[in-house]
Write a protein that binds this ligand. Structure first.
Ligand SMILES: [Zn+2]
Length: 402
């Protein structure tokens, strides 16, 4: 396959040179219809037997139509042999006609797809996810189109501020075609950034001993180096050599905070705490400040700048296995005793102390600090548990025992 480099703004010229002798198609088709009956039109351009298929979709948010310029430019292009572009100018024609983000049912189509769909907002709100996944004719049309074509890369155009200028549209189009000539990334990159801010529900601090139901219980533990297989490297602040992935991956010291070295001793990450992270595709990704647990560009895989990371011997926090739990301190006061019958068979005998917190521990959620399980990565998750909370200053009831 010929490699195509289109760094210049003159896409048309570049693509023509690259086109070679492949019999190209230029076919228009209708994916489906909008709520108000407007056709959603697609164009297939390029090699009809392409093994590399790139879909480029504009305007799923009707008030973000600057990507149209890119799609139109691509419609006039001649992709290199082996490449087909599947182009959708306007995925939300009712929204574009009305100048609105949502479709004619008031649904944010970008939040109406089945992957991780959940109830979100009310009709008319700009982020409303709809009554069910694929409830909207536009998202159904797009989903069946993508499942039929199975592109290796899908590019959705969104925009925040301003518009794409014409030369910029040309550069985008060039980048799309260049991308199509390269091996598909392992993960699709998302350029949408963080989800809208999540306002954590207001919690009422527990001030008297009482039961709390509907509690999620997860577990955490220091990452054992023996679970990792990367090569042995020197690390700033640590004696000897250690596994690369134990030091720098999202499952290792840098993310977990502390770990147990191959020598059985504790080691911890010592900063800096503003490290950049990269996703599996190598792109930078950041924790979303206002949506705990979400990342701006997919889940982190490893530190972006390993040379800056420092480590140190010893523990990072004075926590004890099967004794301490992380809680949301807006709900469970720090220092509370907590009884969890599901843990009667552990060294805790069911009783824990609220000693830690975490950014993703929100509301009725306990994170139990435990010894690393015998089977790697096999910690438990329990939903809908009933626990008894005893705030500081009250005695644990003698009647509550395993
Ligand atoms: Zn958007």
């Amino acid at each position: 396959m010929r490699r195509v480099l289109c760094a210049a703004a003159s896409v048309a010229a570049c693509l023509t040179v690259a086109a070679g002798a492949a019999p190209a198609v230029h076919r228009t088709f209708v994916l489906g219809r909008s709520v108000l009956g407007r056709p959603i039109v697609g164009v297939e351009v390029g090699d009809p037997n392409a093994t590399r298929r790139v879909a480029v979709i504009c305007c799923i948010h009707g008030n973000e139509d600057a990507g149209l310029a890119v799609v139109r430019k691509l419609e006039q292009s001649k992709p290199p042999p082996g490449v087909a572009l599947w182009l959708v100018e306007d995925a939300n024609p009712d929204g574009v006609a009305a100048g609105l983000r949502v479709n004619a049912h008031g649904v944010d189509l970008n939040r109406n797809f089945p992957w991780h769909w959940h109830r979100y907002g009310k009709p008319g709100w700009r982020h409303y996810a709809g009554p069910a996944p694929l409830s909207e004719p536009e998202s159904r049309a797009l989903a069946s189109f993508l499942l039929r074509v199975r592109p290796q890369v899908v590019i959705w155009y969104h925009q925040a501020f301003g518009k794409l200028a014409a030369p910029e549209a040309a550069r985008h189009a060039a980048a799309v075609v260049a991308l199509a000539g390269h091996p598909a990334p392992r993960r699709l990159l998302s350029a949408t950034g963080c989800p809208p801010p999540v306002t954590p529900p207001r919690e009422h601090l527990i001030t008297r001993p009482r039961w709390l139901s509907g509690v999620l219980i997860t577990e955490y533990y220091p990452a054992p180096e023996s679970w990792f297989a990367g090569r042995l490297v020197k690390a700033r602040g640590l004696p000897g050599r250690h596994r690369l992935d134990w030091l720098y991956s999202a499952r290792g010291l840098a993310m977990q905070g502390e770990g147990i070295g191959a020598d059985g001793r504790f080691y911890h990450f010592a900063g800096p705490y503003s490290l950049t992270w990269h996703n599996a595709g190598g792109g930078p990704t950041l924790p979303c400040r206002r949506a705990p647990g979400a990342w701006s560009n997919g889940r982190p895989s490893r530190i972006g700048t390993p040379s800056k990371a420092r480590f140190a011997p010893g523990k990072s926090l004075p926590l004890t296995y099967w004794h301490d739990v992380a809680v949301d301190p807006r709900l469970i006061p720090h220092g509370s005793s907590v009884f969890v019958r599901a843990y009667c068979d552990t060294p805790s005998h069911g009783w824990f102390v609220a000693a830690d917190t975490g950014g993703a521990i929100i509301g009725p959620h306990l994170d139990v600090f435990r010894a690393p399980p015998a089977v790697p990565w096999s910690g438990n998750l329990r939903r809908d548990q009933r626990i008894y909370v005893v705030p500081p200053g009250f005695a644990r009831p003698a009647s509550l025992r395993c």
